[in-house]
Design a protein around this ligand. Sequence first.
Ligand code: GAR
Length: 194
Amino acid sequence: MLSVVVLISGTGSNLLALLKTIENPLVPVRVLAVGSDGAAAGLAHADFYGIPTFVVERGKFSDRESWGLRLQEIVESYNPDLVALAGFMKILPAKFVDRFSPNLINIHASMLPLFPGANAVRDTLAAGVTETGATIHVVDAGVDTGPIIEQRKVPVMPGDDIATLHERIKVHERDMLIQTIIGVAEKRIDLASI
Ligand code: GAR
């Protein structure tokens, strides 16, 4: 059984897809807790499944390092095998990354290394490209730079806005997140050798 702590910042649709998948007792994955950097709507999904939640607000700490240390302490208290960033929109301090990587994965709404950062879908539309993608990767010390586990191409359609394109990308993000976590649980994916 692979134990996971999930960190989110937003609606948590990726988290919800994972929680629905692991309702099946044959899936060898357990979500121990879900954390956020603020009042994320997606925490309600964890509540629904009776999974503990925690919030560590960046604004309550004088610097990123002390915020990251508190977040690290709470995540460590669950002793997870894996930490999954599923729409977590804050940059984690190097100490946090060093502590958990390579057992620290992130989904991103573009074909990295194109369009890193917090506004990938907006930046993709602004660039006027006809194709983008979804990425799942191991987190390293950079921003959206870590070793890539899987990527999928996603078309940009005429008339797309941020919401329509993002949803088309998220369909793939959800599937890649679930397949990666199950792959790690079943030892078909070795994050240390990505
Ligand atoms: C996802 O599209 C994910 O790629 C993005 O936040 C969204 C969360 O969606 N994360 C990043 O851009 C991190 N750089 P959700 O809250 O519906 O799961």
